[in-house]
Write a protein that binds this ligand. Structure first.
Ligand code: FAD
Length: 401
């Protein structure tokens, strides 16, 4: 049960919120965070720790599943250690992954990797939100948050956010806002200020959880990555005795193949493996187009973090470490605003940070994502990795550290 130590209002049974809608406008918030995925919840922990008056807003009922392979690389694990949740993650039954089996069509390689962990997002995000509450942040779920246009605030020392829950609406103000609403960026969609470039041939992400008995062919402690012509699939055991099946697929192939399960089964078959028992349409979660980026990531008192900044593709499993890193990196700016007030240089600082990170991190992701669009060519690269240990080591470093 998610509950607050310092809740100003008792949570209702139907919700995990620690504050009620009608109590929200009574507070002057230092920071409002829109979205309680890894980026938002991590920011909630860090802001709470510093005594910053923080409201964490989530549109879904918590805990919730979301499209993700759930693999934590070494950088994610180090961030989670700093956030003080490693022990809780272990106790929740996160599964250790020690090897990766990469299969591109019928070419395969099996390598040991530095220990990764696998955990369902419902489990991980609940742990993070509980820690944010423990550190003094307030949390409200089943609440849609929307950033209001800056013009309505011109000259004001705050930024306004509209919150909607169960037919109720409140407009609250905050010294600053973190937009952590993921790929959809639904909390800023109504504003023109945040142009997002979506690549035309972008794939979409899909995910489902199945029982371990349905995927007995896939070994424990191993991440299976299978690449075919219509996309790629990651399969690994996770907490709760379940198996996470996450994939990036060409959206055009889904109707023509008869559904998501059929495309995923097709990729498994292309790799020469026995099919697994996959659910029908309504048990899959799906994302919008994955490959996108935002040219602006900060403007008047507002900062984008995590996937809201931009995303390439999930093959290298960088997503959560990037989301956690962005939450840690934005915190000195938030502290500055709370202590000394707003100035435009703070926006430039965040835009520069995102620009540098994009150049540094996304170049390799883009290269790998490009290679696997052409599985026959990529299979030759995989053979080369098998023959050339330095190339293999570099690939393993990229995917697991
Ligand atoms: C197929 C696939 C597999 C992946 N596998 C991995 C992996 O194995 N390892 C890894 O590290 N990364 C992986 N990723 C990437 C990873 O899932 C993301 O990078 C990560 O979830 C980004 O975190 P975030 O907090 O920015 O966004 P999210 O986790 O998407 O969280 C955003 C939150 O905001 C909420 N929200 C949205 N709109 C609003 C609103 N208006 N008001 C309030 N709340 C709102 C949403 O409900 C959600 O809870 C994968 C991605 C895909 C697509």
């Amino acid at each position: 049960m998610i509950a607050s130590k310092a809740s100003p209002s008792a949570s209702t049974e139907a919700s995990h919120s620690t504050i009620a809608m009608h109590d929200l406008h009574e507070s002057q918030w230092d920071v409002v965070i829109l979205g309680a995925g890894v980026a938002g919840a991590a920011a909630g922990i860090l802001a709470g720790k510093q005594g910053i008056k923080t409201l964490l807003v989530e549109s879904k009922a918590f805990p919730r599943e979301k499209v993700c392979g759930g693999c934590l690389n070494l950088r994610s694990q180090a961030s989670l250690e700093r956030l003080g949740v490693s022990q809780a993650i272990e106790s929740a039954g996160a599964v250790c992954i020690e090897s990766m089996r990469l299969q591109i069509l019928k070419t395969q390689a099996q390598w040991r990797v530095p220990a990764m962990m696998s955990i369902r997002r419902s489990t991980l995000d609940k742990i993070l939100v509980e820690q944010a509450i423990e550190q003094g942040s307030h949390f409200i779920d089943r609440t849609n948050g929307n950033l209001l246009a800056a013009t309505t605030d011109s000259g004001s020392a705050t930024r306004s956010v509209r919150l909607q829950k169960d037919g109720e609406m409140e407009v609250i103000s905050s010294k600053c806002v973190l937009v952590a609403s993921g790929l959809t960026r639904s909390s800023i969609r109504q504003e023109d200020n945040w142009p997002a470039m979506v690549e035309s041939d972008s794939r979409i992400g899909v995910q489902c959880l199945i029982s371990a008995a349905q995927a007995s062919e896939f070994a424990d402690g191993q991440l299976h990555m299978l690449v075919g012509h219509k996309g790629y699939v990651g399969i690994c055991k996770t907490d709760g005795g379940l198996v996470d099946v996450a994939a990036a697929l060409d959206p055009s192939s889904i109707p023509s193949s008869g559904g998501i399960s059929q495309v995923v089964q097709g990729i498994i078959a292309e790799c020469g493996l026995r099919g697994i028992d996959l659910p029908e349409k309504d048990r899959w979660l799906a994302t919008p187009s994955l490959t996108r980026s935002s040219s602006r990531v900060s403007a008047h008192r507002t900062f984008l973090i995590g996937d809201a900044i931009g995303y390439v593709e999930p093959f290298t499993g960088e997503g959560m470490s990037w989301a956690l890193a962005s939450a840690e990196s934005v915190m000195p700016i938030i502290t500055d605003i709370v202590a000394h007030g707003w100035n435009d240089e703070l926006s430039s600082r965040w835009n520069d940070w995102a620009h540098r990170q994009r150049i540094h991190k996304q170049r390799t992701c883009r290269w790998i994502a490009g290679q696997i669009r052409w599985p026959r060519g990529a299979a030759w690269v995989l053979r080369a990795c098998n023959w050339l240990p330095p190339l293999r080591a570099s690939f393993i470093r990229k995917t697991s550290q």
